[in-house]
Design a protein around this ligand. Sequence first.
Ligand code: ZN
Length: 241
Amino acid sequence: MAFETIHGIVIKYSDYKESDRILSVLTVEQGFITLTARGCRKKSSQLAAACEICTYSEFVIYSRCGILNVSTASVLESFYPIREDYNKFESAEQVLHMTRILTCLTHSWDDAFKLCYHTLSYIAYTDNNPIDLELCFAVKFLKLAGYEPKLVNCVLCGKDLRREKELRFSKAMGGAMCNYCGTGSRVVAPLTLEAVRRMLNLPLTDMGKVRLPEHTRKELETIIYEYAEYNLEQTVKIREL
Ligand SMILES: [Zn+2]
């Protein structure tokens, strides 16, 4: 039997039989894969900690009858503070959900892995509002998925919007609009669009700089998830707004 060592983040799991678990893991080596961890829910199991959701683990795996099984596993990063803080946990769950969607939409799992890993690290180990980090993830997620909203010029007339004070945002038209073209669409503050523009280009190592004013956070949360759900045609937001 050939064994292989892989490294990945547990994105989701479902319990199976008495003590088994089916894991959905985003790996560095093979992208998104499904693993069966036999007996990992037994109290004595050495696999238990490494098979928890939102854990970055090393897995030694083998294939039998076309199913990938975990032989041994160890925790590389548990993002432990996420488990102790409900707000951090909620945002991390949202990030994992979007990561799962992203792996279905793109083959560049390398970028998806890096984005997910960095975001979870910042949620765990900084005092940033976890929703700000989650929103930064969501903006970058749209870019990687190929649905980056247009924000500099009006999507209809092409007018440069960077000095405009009255702006609109249309999920159906693919981005920002001037007040004239966007009549009937959602009103959006210039600062909110500026925040999205900056997040799109922000290096992952600078995510700790994302600190949004309350009004911007609320507005961005509404427009970004509305936009994502409309364009991806699926549920993106799992937490109540
Ligand atoms: Zn216009």
